[in-house]
Design a protein around this ligand. Structure first.
Ligand code: HEC
Ligand code: HEC
Length: 313
């Protein structure tokens, strides 16, 4: 009986520490709580105009000049230059636009095409005073109603991304991967680390990564951190809030507001969780096995003890 009571007490104490004290301690050591707004971007007006896909396509390939800098692989448009060249030219590689219609909130995408600096909340870095120019020009219009033209382009991007559900990995690569590495998943800003046939290949690849990172560092002022363990070292709320509006967390940070939808953010978080917990699934099933083993073991130990003591009482 005594043993049984001790066991219950141990279980209760462990439970209290794990479920009650743990979260409180985390809160106390954490930062000031900043509420999130679920990627609604309330400072950006809703996109009211209905776009025309065919006209949008003509603009993306023509007056918009988007493909002068961006690849759109889903419709066969390759990048005009290598990632390293692009980083040397623009500071960062312009992301592939295949999934732009689903990655980003449509009204963000429209606002971004009209004024990239404002949409990304980077006015402190690019303004008339310091004379610095953002590498992507604001769309000047093609002679018609500019707002309508932008709505047309957004409609085109939606139409080519239409049937896709974005995977966690693609969501990350397309919206964050040009700046952030994930070494736990062998992601570098210029691609996944391939299998090398020889040392020379490996050195060449590493040189490219270094060149890219050097240009990116110059562009952003510092190398954006590797995000392999960000969900562990911070927490879900922080990562979500930071993605939604980095300026809320670090005043005048060089990290842009990326404008992803809530669904994209969710996929990105999934990817960040997978990369920081590659052995998560294994560990869970192993943990269950160990618990079952311990219970069976405890039961037999109890029987054994009883059979030994029964003659002595
Ligand atoms: C002169 C080159 C250039 C042109 C032309 C250009 N872009 Fe970009 N674009 C860039 C660069 C560089 C970036 C990355 C900037 C960064 O992340 O700091 C970018 C980023 C983007 C992003 C990512 C935004 C985000 O929130 O992460 C989208 C979407 C985009 N461009 C769409 C377009 C569209 C649509 C057009 C045509 C209307 C266009 N771009 C024309 C260079 C260009
Ligand atoms: C154009 C480059 C760029 C893109 C794209 C970008 N980031 Fe960042 N990010 C940065 C920079 C630069 C910093 C460092 C900011 C600072 O320290 O002020 C940063 C910092 C962060 C941090 C804070 C890390 C810490 O330790 O506090 C998180 C989290 C983050 N980024 C997540 C993301 C996610 C998620 C995406 C994709 C939705 C993304 N970033 C896209 C440039 C970028």
């Amino acid at each position: 009986m005594k043993e049984f009571i001790s066991l219950i007490i141990i279980i209760i104490f462990t439970g209290v520490i794990y479920y009650a004290i743990g979260p409180v301690a985390k809160k106390v050591e954490g930062h000031k709580f900043i509420p999130n707004h679920h990627f609604t971007y309330s400072d950006i007006p809703p996109l009211k105009l209905k776009g025309n896909v065919a006209k949008g396509k003509a603009l993306v390939f023509g007056a918009g000049a988007c493909i002068g800098c961006h690849s759109i692989k889903s419709v066969g448009i390759a990048a005009p230059m290598s990632p390293v060249m692009a980083a040397k030219t623009y500071g960062v590689v312009p992301p592939d636009l295949s999934d732009a219609g689903v990655l980003y909130s449509p009204k963000f995408l429209a606002a971004y095409i009209a004024n990239p600096v404002k949409a990304m909340l980077l006015q402190h870095r690019y303004n008339a005073k310091n004379g610095k120019v953002f590498p992507m020009p604001a769309f000047a219009g093609a002679g018609g109603n500019k707002q309508q033209e932008i709505a047309d382009m957004v409609a085109y991007f939606k139409s080519i991304a239409f049937t896709k559900k974005i995977s966690p990995k693609t969501a990350f690569v397309d919206s964050c991967g040009r700046c952030h590495a994930i070494r736990f998943d062998k992601w570098t800003q210029i691609g996944f680390i391939p299998k090398f046939k020889n040392n020379l290949q490996k050195l060449k690849f590493e040189l490219k990564v270094t060149q890219y990172q050097k240009a990116l560092k110059k562009y952003k002022g510092s190398l954006p951190p590797d995000l392999s363990t960000i969900l562990e070292s911070r927490n879900k709320h922080f990562v979500e809030g930071f993605m939604e509006n980095p300026q809320n967390y670090i005043k005048n940070t060089a990290m842009p507001r990326v404008g992803v939808t809530a669904a994209t953010a969710n996929q990105i978080e999934k990817y960040l969780f997978q990369t920081s917990n590659p052995e998560h699934a294994q560990r869970e099933s192993l943990g269950r096995g160990i618990m079952i083993y311990l219970f069976i073991f405890a039961f037999f130990a109890y029987l054994w003890k009883r059979s030994i003591w029964k003659d002595l009482h």
